[in-house]
Design a protein around this ligand. Sequence first.
Ligand SMILES: *Cc1c(COP(=O)(O)O)cnc(C)c1O
Length: 399
Amino acid sequence: MGQTVNNFRPTEKGYYGPYGGAFIPEMLYANIENIRSQYQEIISDTAFQEEFHHLLKHYVGRPTPLYFARRLSEEFATNIYLKREDLCHTGAHKVNNTIGQILLAQRLKKKRIIAETGAGQHGVATATVCALMGLECIVYMGEHDIARQAPNVQRMKMLGAEVRPALSGSKTLKDATNEAIRDWINNPNDTHYIIGSVVGPHPYPDMVTQFQSIISEEIKWQLKEQTSKENPDYIIACVGGGSNAAGAFYHYLDNEEVKLILVEAAGEGINSGKSAATSVLGTQGVIHGSMTLLMQDEFGQILEPHSISAGLDYPGIGPLHAHLINTKRAQVFAVTDNEAINAAYHLTRKEGIIPALETAHALSILKDIKFKEDDIVVVNLSGRGDKDMNTYMANTPKK
Ligand SMILES: *Cc1c(COP(=O)(O)O)cnc(C)c1O
């Protein structure tokens, strides 16, 4: 935060080019307007920034290292740096946002926090900050996901959150989101809804981007310290909703010399019918309150996405990213389940770091780009792989 980035900031109404905005039912208007009219003033306030940065340093463990991966760099004949968001408390970048939003909720005088979660990572990050601040926490989660993600359900419960099953539809993330929205409509006064990525109605995409922008703020000075240049040639990040990518890109958005690479999940293959490659399969439409690219059928019904990684298993993409793709500011690659597994094992054996399955997608494309010897390549290592051990044990590398 603090630095000016102009071309990719949203308009007053939350538009990034044709994408964004706030497409919400009338009954949510007051809740959203309450946040929209105050968020920028609240988060720009000096005391807020001091408390946010204090917690990021002493609770989350920031700054996270920017690590020069020597053996990986030798292999690809370039200079690869890993931004270690996996070392954040709770194991991923998501906590940067939940810390920011819990501080906002306190200033909005909210006593009750709700969230939705798919794999449970955002649910755990939300339950964590609610425990930290002593606030009531309710996490909506599809019944099907509750069964698939038992360890994260246990973490949330141990942290004191109530996990409420969403029993409708496919019993997954989009159904949990519907339940959370319903709750918010019924509890407009005392409740704040913590959304976990750069999705949802304005101002969420902008607000979450600003909280995550700490990632590129640190990359700038850390790179300067280690290489005497503050701009890399490439930044590579995986994209589900797009929050870790938005944070890693933020302070470079207006600098065209820095190439921005998004990596989405191809699942079993882009044309397999089991994919989450939104940039290729998606068309313009409204999902979760925002105009963006999403996977939908001819009647505008949301198609079930598929990815081996729960964090990338989302049928849409944040409006900032839809705009970055549309304007060709960012380039997109799609990586299959198998390629991600291979890349996860590869990083583990080369550098002694077990990455999250989401992150493994980003790492997989190192083999697909022809880097120059003096290029500086930053990969955002969004999370650690502990939560994915069952999947890794069941899926060893194959060609
Ligand atoms: C949730 C998650 C993602 C995907 O979410 P974004 O909002 O796209 O960043 C990526 N990596 C990890 C480790 C996650 O937990």
